[in-house]
Structures are given as C-alpha cells and as structure tokens.
Design a binder for this molecule. Sequence first.
Ligand SMILES: Nc1ncnc2c1ncn2[C@@H]1O[C@H](COP(=O)(O)OP(=O)(O)OP(=O)(O)O)[C@@H](O)[C@H]1O
Length: 313
Amino acid sequence: MNLLEANHLKKYFATQKAVDDISFSIEAGSIFGLLGPNGAGKTTLLRMITGIFYPDEGSIFFEGKAFDPTKDLAKIGYMPEERGLYKKMKIGEQALYLAQLRGLSKSEAMAGIKKWFEKLEMQSWWNKKVEDLSKGMSQKLQFVTTVLHQPKLIILDEPFSGLDPVNSNIIKDEIYNLARGGATIIFSTHRMEQVEEICDHIILVNKGQKILDGSVKNVKQQFKQHLFRIGFESEANGPISSAFEVIKNNPDHSLTVRINEGHSPNDVLHHFLQQGDSIISFNEILPSLNDIFIQLVEGTAPSRQFQRANGEW
Ligand SMILES: Nc1ncnc2c1ncn2[C@@H]1O[C@H](COP(=O)(O)OP(=O)(O)OP(=O)(O)O)[C@@H](O)[C@H]1O
C-alpha cells in the first residue's frame, strides 16, 4: 500500500520551473531517497508534501485520500535542512513545547522525551540552551523533535550533516528502527553512500524533473556495465578471449573484465577453466549510486574508477 502518491506536481516561481511535472509514490514502511543536485527542486517538492506550498498543478494523496494539511500534518514529522530551533530556550522545554505543538499531551510528551533523551544519551542536556549546543548536538535534538509525536511519515532533509561517525550510526539505526516499526521515511541528501546503505527506493530529480525512479537494486542493475572481477590463485595464463575485454590487471592476481555483448559470465569462467587457471573468486561489479548520479546529472561517463588515468589502466 502506498502511504503517499504525488501526481504531476508542478511549482513555478516566475519563470523558474522549480518542480516540473513530477510524479512518484511511496510505499508505507519504506525508506525513500529523494536525490538531486543543488537547485534540483527537492526542497520545493518536500514543501508541497508538507503543506508549506500548494502545487500550481497536480495532486497529492496521503493514505489514499486527497492530502489535507489541516488533518494530515499531525501525521508528518519534517526535519528541514534549515533547522528551526529557538536559540534562547532550554533544550527540555523546547522539546516539550514542540511535542505539545504537534498534538501530544504534556504527559505523553514527557514520556516520549525521556525515552528519546535516554536512547540518544541527551539526559544531561535538559537545562542547556540551544545556543550552547554544537551543530551535531542540535541536529540530534532536531531529530528527536521530528519523531517524538510518532508520525507515520518522517521527512529528513540531510539528517546526518554535522554528525560525527558515531552519532551518524546512532541516528541511522534509529531510522531503521522507525521504519521497522511501520513509519515511512523520506530521506533527502547529496550523500550517495548513505542512500545506498539506507534506502529501499529512490528518485533522482534534476532541473525540476524526475530523471530516475526505482529500487536501489534495480537502478544499479539498470546501469551495470557487465564488469566482473575474477580472482586467481596465481597469475592468469590466458587472459585473451572474444568473450570479454580485460579492463584492469590488478596487483592481487585478479582481473577486472567487461563481458562482450552476446556472451555470459559462464563463457568467461569456461575460458579460464579451459586455460587451466585456478579461480578463487568471481564477483560482479555494479556501479555505485554516486557514479550513476554523476553520469545522469553531468552527462559524464560512469565508473570513473575504470577510466584511464595518464594513459594507464
Ligand atoms: N521561494 C522561491 N522563490 C523563487 N525561486 C525559488 C524559491 N524556492 C526555490 N526556488 C528556485 O527553485 C529551484 C529549486 O529549488 P529547491 O530549493 O527546491 O532546490 P533543492 O533541490 O532543494 O536544492 P539544494 O540541494 O541546494 O537545497 C531553484 O532554482 C531555486 O532557486
């Protein structure tokens, strides 16, 4: 079941087509990556999903019904890229205030804050002011205030910016836990390695248009270049065949090969076995999301790691 469906959304600012006919759907309980370069239209899309902007055209459905910000916003937690915390307010009071603003009673809010502050080791922060927190600490506070009211849809714009690796992992685990508990997550970022690790499904937007939509697995399959890395016990005897092209002879007795059209991985294995080579590993090399992103957004060739550097492989 889809928690959210966006149909042909358009938002123009004067002549700037910030979002130009974008449609997508988000399955309930999934982690959905909204990707795109600077100025692509991500924030504008998120602002429409959170009722900050009305679309010029198109429609949004939330839980199968036309999106109604007055009713549905209580079920959404949005952590925008520009953080909105009151600098002079104490941390505990602020969390309490924001939770009540999102519909929790004081006792529900207190219980939630206690649970989250313990989980994220923030208990000693209660009487500190926001202005006394580091960037990473205020990021954690913002995360807590986003999820405290147990929203069905959690929208996180660059949630790891400013976090050290330990805190990034803690927040990442909590994102998984929230999804496992049934929440749906929209995750907007430029950091492709995090997307690859966390997201089930992605869309890539560029210049206001959607240019890619699919599961992380399918997208990587779609852009694969038939590259394989074959490990040998000792140097391969006969690395010449019409079935493949050697892209790189690696120092660890392995070859990176590209399989030629009309041939299969079995043909490659067959060739080396016939040559009497002892194969110890055989792995497909799929492009990283970073490669795919750069290829689609910049129009450059993929798999930079396999491009010639100074004429050498
Ligand atoms: N309120 C606005 N008024 C005029 N133009 C706007 C407004 N908001 C966004 N834009 C323009 O719309 C386009 C998309 O902007 P948006 O903020 O949605 O991009 P983004 O993908 O979130 O970028 P970033 O990754 O840099 O945050 C940009 O060209 C931007 O200048």
